[in-house]
Design a protein around this ligand. Structure first.
Ligand code: FAD
Length: 307
């Protein structure tokens, strides 16, 4: 069996694997897609000490760094089930194979819920964005929309209003769902317009970048077009934890509940990155949490004897 088996090969998983391997213990990484969300990212400008890089280059660097160590990488493999077995943990893969390990680090990340309208996929990273902390500065002086009037949408609109020229917040419902204090702050800003009861129906573009958004006024059954440079979709971040239901404790949003050591509800099973309850989903945070979970797994190993 492995001493540490990491499930997930994004920034959190890569950091976990490197920290474990540096302890000289048997380490494996199983990943559906090594690299994770950064593979879908264009510019990365907030990984401290790297002023600018691009997603695919960052993902290759993650993999090269892991491969500097004797880590067994099992790429293109999806974990489907976690079962404790006689002092070990067994992870069942979609291929039918099973892996055993004394400790696990779960770092399966998350995915942004998409609007699912024409143009969204085509203009992803070409005006359609999901992360205001990451991409906000790219729209300095421009007109953007935020889709979604929950806490994350309203926070994004307030954040962006300080950077861009104008923000239009689009909410499907007839009212915003964000906390009152956020709504009051939003309504106090002069460069924000709020449109309620609006269903986004199409992202418009000129072939290379976003030029606008079509929405339907749900009260009047009318379609309107907004001219825009960017669209921030803030309708939910879904953790990739469906396969863990019943095995470990998850928050109401499906995030893996962890303590300050990255320990989950199952002793010996740790978790890190976007799939956990740790707030603010960012690469630099995922990497730090991955390192922490790995050190915690090592602490666990030196306190328990091999079965
Ligand atoms: P992920 O990167 O999501 O990696 C999860 C890993 O787990 C992947 O390897 C995946 O294939 C694997 N996996 C999932 N389910 C399973 C399973 N069942 N079995 C096996 N493997 C599984 N952050 C920044 O800090 N700066 C930015 O500029 C930035 N830009 C972004 C732009 C975009 C378009 C997106 C989508 C995100 C961006 N982010 C940015 C956020 C950042 O990418 C994430 O916070 C970070 O990747 C989280 O790392 P992670 O390791 O927790 O998860």
């Amino acid at each position: 069996p492995f001493d540490v088996l990491v499930v997930g090969g994004g920034p959190a998983g890569a950091a976990s694997a490197i920290y474990a391997a540096r302890k000289g213990i048997r380490t494996g990484v199983v990943a559906e897609r090594f690299g994770g969300q950064v593979l879908d990212t264009m510019a990365i400008e907030n990984f401290i000490s790297v002023p600018h890089t691009e997603g695919p280059a960052f993902a290759s660097a993650l993999e090269a760094h892991v491969r500097d160590y004797p880590v067994e990488i099992m790429n293109l493999q999806r974990a489907e089930k976690l079962t404790p077995k006689g002092g070990l943990f067994e992870v069942q893969l979609a291929s039918g194979a099973t892996l055993q390990s004394r400790t696990l680090i779960l770092s399966t990340g998350a995915r942004w819920r998409q609007m699912g309208v024409p143009g969204e996929e085509q203009y992803r990273n070409k005006g359609v964005a999901y992360c205001p902390h990451c991409d906000g500065p790219l729209f300095k002086g421009k007109d953007v929309a935020v889709i979604g009037g929950g806490n994350s949408g309203v926070e994004a609109a307030i954040d962006l209003a300080g950077i861009v020229k104008h923000v239009t917040l689009i909410e499907f419902d007839s009212k915003l769902r964000a906390d009152d204090v956020l709504q009051r702050k939003l309504r106090s800003l002069s460069n924000v317009r709020i449109i309620l009861s609006a269903k986004s129906t199409e992202v418009l573009g000129d072939g290379s970048k976003v030029t606008g958004l079509v929405y339907e006024d749900r009260n009047k059954d009318e379609k309107h077009t907004l001219a825009l440079d960017g669209i921030f979709v803030q309708i939910g971040l879904l953790p990739n934890t469906e396969w863990l239901k019943g095995a470990i404790s998850l928050s109401p949003r499906g995030e893996i509940v962890v303590d300050h050591h990255g320990q989950t509800s199952l002793p010996g099973v740790f978790a890190a990155g976007d799939c956990t309850t740790v707030p603010y989903k960012q690469i630099v945070i995922a990497v730090g949490e991955g390192a922490k979970a790995s050190l915690a797994a090592f602490d666990h190993l030196i306190r328990t004897s091999a079965p």
